[in-house]
Design a protein around this ligand. Structure first.
Ligand code: AMP
Length: 268
């Protein structure tokens, strides 16, 4: 297998992409926080099918973690990530340091108002502001034609779509369906935190969403009865529901399993 380059600076990235542009090549972009799994690989495969070159960024963004969240212990595995994305068709990895991304004096943020305060945003204040800010910076650094995001983070992709529309950013966002384990658990880098017993319990989240969807198909169901069906299905599973909500044609939920926070969603 050929090793693909890892670029560490905005300058080296700009040089690489400018070379491709001079050759008239199209560029796809897949932003990630690393510790990559087949869900990320699906984004990279799609991007490399639809573009001549694909950049994958690996950056654990301190701005989107709360003070009591897992920034320090978030899994990091760059050598394995590099191999995984190369096998999926990526052309290069962009892995800047936190100092490269946020040099001393950095103080500009992007806020997508309203929807950033709902659902995940309600329980993770500042999270989507951190996401929108880093993604805008990454878009300006990479200057891709298309950027690929997973539907696993439904609220995130919706917020970013609003951001690029509102700020007239010249990039197309492509949504990629959720990749799951055989037992239904949505793949996530945070699944690595689960103990064997927690891992066995985790598919209950997707199963509860299915129960909610079943309720949604009943003639007199309402958003509240759908959310209640999700909560009922999670009772006794060991998962502690944080929210369950019908929004934007989807059923969304977040739940804790021990210290690990899991999210998932389904179309209604
Ligand atoms: P992360 O590294 O968790 O920030 O995720 C980077 C990108 O991969 C985001 O667009 C996620 O939505 C996407 N992603 C993560 N897990 C999955 C999955 N199981 N299926 C599809 N996309 C995913």
């Amino acid at each position: 297998m050929t090793l693909i380059p890892v670029v560490r600076t905005k300058k080296a990235l700009a040089r690489l992409v400018a070379g491709w542009r001079r050759q008239g090549l199209s560029v796809g972009f897949v932003p990630t926080m690393g510790a990559l799994h087949p869900g990320h690989a699906a984004l990279v495969k799609r991007a490399s099918r639809e573009n001549d070159r694909t950049i994958v960024s690996v950056f654990v963004n301190p701005l989107q973690f709360g003070p009591n969240e897992d920034y320090g212990r978030y899994p990091r595995a760059l050598p394995a990530d590099r191999k995984l994305v190369a096998a999926a068709g990526a052309s290069a990895v962009y892995a800047p340091s936190a100092a490269e991304m946020y040099p001393k004096g950095f103080h500009t943020h992007v806020e997508v108002e309203g929807i950033s305060d709902l659902y995940c945003g309600k329980y993770r204040p500042g999270h989507f502001r951190g996401v929108a800010t880093v993604v805008l910076k990454l878009f300006n650094q990479v200057r891709a034609d298309r950027a690929y995001f997973g539907e696993k983070d439904w609220q995130q992709v919706r917020i970013l779509e609003d951001m690029i529309r509102d700020l007239d950013m010249p990039v197309e966002i492509v949504r990629v369906p959720i990749v799951r384990e055989a037992d239904g658990l949505a793949l996530s880098s945070r699944n690595a935190y689960l103990s064997p017993a927690e891992r066995r319990a985790a598919p209950a989240l997707r199963a509860a969403l299915e129960a909610g969807r079943k309720e949604a198909r009943r003639p007199n169901s309402r958003p509240e009865t759908v959310a209640a069906a999700v909560r009922r299905a999670l009772a006794g599973t060991g998962l502690k529901v944080q929210y369950a909500a019908v929004w934007d044609g989807r059923l969304l939920a977040a739940a804790y399993l021990g210290k690990t926070r899991l999210i998932d969603n389904l179309p209604l």
